[in-house]
Write a protein that binds this ligand. Structure first.
Ligand SMILES: C[S@@+](CC[C@H](N)C(=O)[O-])C[C@H]1O[C@@H](n2cnc3c(N)ncnc32)[C@H](O)[C@@H]1O
Length: 336
């Protein structure tokens, strides 16, 4: 699993921008949904083409500041909603021709540099990690969940092999002191026998906690299901992921809805099987060396997309069953 990275740069670079724009083709007009508005990198590029409209979402209310400037510049071609993308189905759409829905997962440069958010292991103070519209923080998780629950979070969301010892030491330490960011980094350093000289010792645990606090697995699964419902025939659904867990979910979703496994391989080859999506390419699109040189944190990005083949609204997907164990771990948060 790839790791959460603290980028060494001064602004947020929208990843794979050129590639994504060439795939969603805003030059032909239409309405696009930018599910992760952030600093508006994708939205702006789309709106620069005439006859386009953008509905932008972001769970972080801070994005509204950038969105307000967009409203001035692009008037009624731009709408912003401070909601989570799992709520896509609550958008009151008036039969808009939704040509593209884009997700750029994770967090932006601005967010990781915001000390209040406590996303970085370099941050001082309280453990937080809430991107916005959350019910609990990383501090709640670290100070209230039991040892087994913490161990599972570190293992399944961070692929942290030494999660057991880290969880045990967290339980011991919190009897004495409330654990803050620096305290957690110290516990991780003390607990880990296998040192990794390429990435910071705390990377995996911090990624795991961020996924847990923001329920990123359930958000992604629900976001994909709802996006697939509202997209119009011929529209593109595209997702940029930054670690293998997210990529596995997106890959499974597209694969399962673009092939009909139930059809016998002995059926006549001419038989047309109706599936929701057409996968244009199986392999994800990754940043060029040039992009990575300019923006190191793009190095773990992968973009997958599919084109909706029908106007079906209702369809079956077993994606929730497939990732049930992860959804159940996120539910530990319900009691916090
Ligand atoms: C990588 S940034 C997007 C950057 C954006 N593409 C740009 O060019 O500026 C990810 C954004 O998605 C938002 N986000 C993450 N999870 C979300 C969710 N479940 N619902 C809505 N927004 C979310 C974050 O708050 C963050 O602003």
């Amino acid at each position: 699993m790839d790791a959460t990275i603290v980028p060494n740069m001064q602004k947020h670079y929208p990843v794979l921008l050129k590639e994504i724009i060439s795939i969603i083709s805003p030059q032909y007009g239409g309405t696009f949904i930018d599910c992760t508005f952030g600093q508006g990198g994708y939205s702006k590029k789309i709106l620069n083409f005439d006859n386009t409209n953008v509905i932008a979402l972001d769970r972080d209310v801070e994005s509204e500041k950038v969105a307000n400037q967009f409203k001035e510049d692009f008037k009624d071609r731009f709408i912003f909603k401070n909601i989570k993308f799992s709520q896509l189905n609550n958008l009151k759409l008036k039969n808009e021709n939704i040509k593209g829905i884009i997700f750029d997962l994770g967090y932006s440069y601005t967010q990781i540099k915001d000390p209040q958010k406590g996303l970085s292991f370099e941050a001082e103070g309280k453990l937080n990690m809430q991107l916005g519209l959350n019910s609990y923080s990383a501090e709640d998780a670290i100070n209230k969940l039991d040892e087994k629950e913490l161990e599972k979070i570190f293992k399944f969301f961070g692929d942290e092999k030494e999660g057991k010892y880290i969880a045990r030491n967290i339980i011991k330490e919190r009897l004495k002191n409330k654990i803050d960011t620096k305290g957690l980094v110290k516990i991780i350093d003390k607990s880990k026998k296998r040192k990794n000289f390429k990435v910071h010792n705390a990377t995996k645990v911090f990624q795991a906690l961020r996924i847990f606090v923001n329920k990123e697995i359930s958000e992604l699964i629900l976001g994909l299901i709802n996006a697939a419902k509202i997209l119009k025939k011929g529209g593109v659904l595209g997702v940029v992921t930054f670690h293998s867990l997210e990529d596995k979910i997106v890959k499974y979703f597209f694969k399962s809805l673009s092939e009909n496994k139930s059809i016998s391989r002995y059926s006549p080859a001419t038989e047309q099987v109706e599936t929701l999506f057409k996968l244009i390419q199986k392999k994800p699109i990754i940043p060029s060396d040039e992009e990575i040189n300019e923006n190191l944190s793009s190095r773990s990005a992968k973009f997958r997309y599919a084109v909706k083949k029908t106007d079906f609204y209702n369809f079956d997907t077993d994606i929730e069953d497939q990732f049930r164990n992860l959804i159940e771990i996120e539910k530990y948060g319900d009691k916090l």
